[in-house]
Design a binder for this molecule. Structure first.
Ligand code: ADP
Ligand code: MG
Length: 376
């Protein structure tokens, strides 16, 4: 696609500099540049731009988006700011912009940002799925990894995994990765990053699946503040259609913050000895004050035997809350896959485990298209 760019930037030097960058970038032409916003609104239409780069850190700020949309209904608007601010970025997208870019930017960053929004639509369509468990060993890391693959395979859209299980994160082990960058570097650098540059902190593991690995040593937990974690999640929303977040077991600032940032929180428990219902009940109580709890909090039991609709119904009745999905006991497949550094659903795509993971993926995809979750 060829972009004819209208640049509206109130700082003269910045205007010159960015104009140069736009012109030097293949497939981008600077159609017009304005230092004064009202000029851009009044005189720019003759240049027929299809991409507007708009400085929103000037008087009128966010309100300008609306005015530009009226004057240029068919152009994509990309907001520009001096630094990444999650609130600004998400406000501008809500107001109708396609994204947010930090200035000054390079041609590569501009290209990547535009690629991201043309692939995704905008961050408004992104789903943040958090996997929460009252206790350790719930099967959540296993499920997240397999589910991410299923979502990417079915939708061909970008899927990101964030390993925020800061002390016992084992996503890297799971995928056999020796990451150069982890969540620690990512949160350290979010201040200077834009979404396009954040993507290089994620490691690709399969077509359309990337992982932001956890910390290498447990004491690094102090390095990831809650505020920065929230910022990281917000920024990742403009990179991926689905973000799956592995959080530490139990209630802690990290798991709560991630759940708050989620579009869906899955509460998970592994059948093992009989206290699971009790743990799950107590976990659900924490979310009772969410007004939208019933649509936003979903439950999953793993290692369910037999893994059939009757067990699911029984679990729902005991719990007094709908059980969204059950995952069968497939220790042999799961550990065989782990030994081979592969996904259980890849080595045995025909297994009951794969089937259940597929169903869950279908539910997630369908829900986004406003189809109701399957009743059973
Ligand atoms: N569906 C399953 N059936 C049987 N064993 C499983 C299943 N899912 C995971 N496991 C095993 O349970 C253990 C914990 O799984 P893991 O995914 O690491 O859970 P968590 O991340 O909640 O600690 C691992 O040894 C894994 O192989
Ligand atoms: Mg885990």
């Amino acid at each position: 696609m060829e972009y004819r760019v209208l640049l509206a930037e109130s700082d003269r030097l910045m205007l010159e500099r960015l104009g140069q960058v736009v012109n030097d970038t293949p497939n981008f032409t600077l159609a017009a540049k304005f230092q004064n916003v009202s000029d851009a609104l009044g005189q720019g239409t003759v240049f027929n731009p299809n991409l507007i780069l708009l400085d929103i850190e000037q008087p009128g700020g966010m309100g300008l988006i609306d005015e530009f949309k009226k004057v240029y209904p068919t152009a994509a608007i990309l907001c520009m700011g001096e630094k990444w601010q999650a609130e600004n970025a998400s406000h501008s997208v809500k107001a109708g912009a396609k994204g947010y870019i930090i200035k000054p930017f390079t041609g590569v960053e501009l290209q990547e940002t535009v690629d991201t929004f043309s692939r995704l639509g905008s961050e408004a369509g992104s789903e943040t799925l958090v996997f929460f468990s009252p206790k350790g060993k719930s099967g959540k890391t296993t499920l997240i990894a397999n589910l991410a693959m299923a979502l990417a395979r079915k939708t061909r859209e970008p899927v990101g995994i964030i390993d925020a299980d800061l002390q016992f994160g084992d996503m890297a082990v799971f995928f056999n990765l020796a990451p150069q960058t982890t969540i620690v570097e990512a949160v350290r650098d979010t201040k200077f990053l834009s979404p396009a540059s954040l993507s290089s902190y994620y490691m690709p593991v399969a077509p359309n699946v990337s992982v932001l690995c956890g910390t290498k040593t447990p004491n690094m937990i102090d390095k990831v503040s809650i505020h920065r974690l929230e910022n990281l999640i917000a920024m990742s929303r403009s990179l991926f259609r689905y973000i799956l977040i592995d959080v530490p077991a139990g209630f802690n600032p990290t798991s709560i913050a991630a759940a708050e940032a989620s579009t869906t929180t899955f509460v998970m428990s592994m059948i093992n000895g009989g206290y699971e219902i009790d743990h799950m009940k107590r976990a659900l109580d924490i979310f009772r004050d969410w007004e939208d709890m019933e649509t936003r909090v979903k439950t999953i039991f793993t290692r369910v035997e037999p893994c059939d609709s009757r067990s699911k119904l029984e679990l729902s009745q005991k719990l007094g809350y709908p059980v969204t999905e059950i995952i069968p006991n497939e220790y042999t497949i799961v550990s065989d896959a782990a030994d081979k550094g592969k996904m259980a659903t890849d080595i045995r795509p025909d297994s009951p485990l794969s089937r259940q993971v597929d169903r869950l993926a279908d539910n997630i995809i369908g829900r986004q298209h406003r189809i109701r979750w399957a009743a059973s």
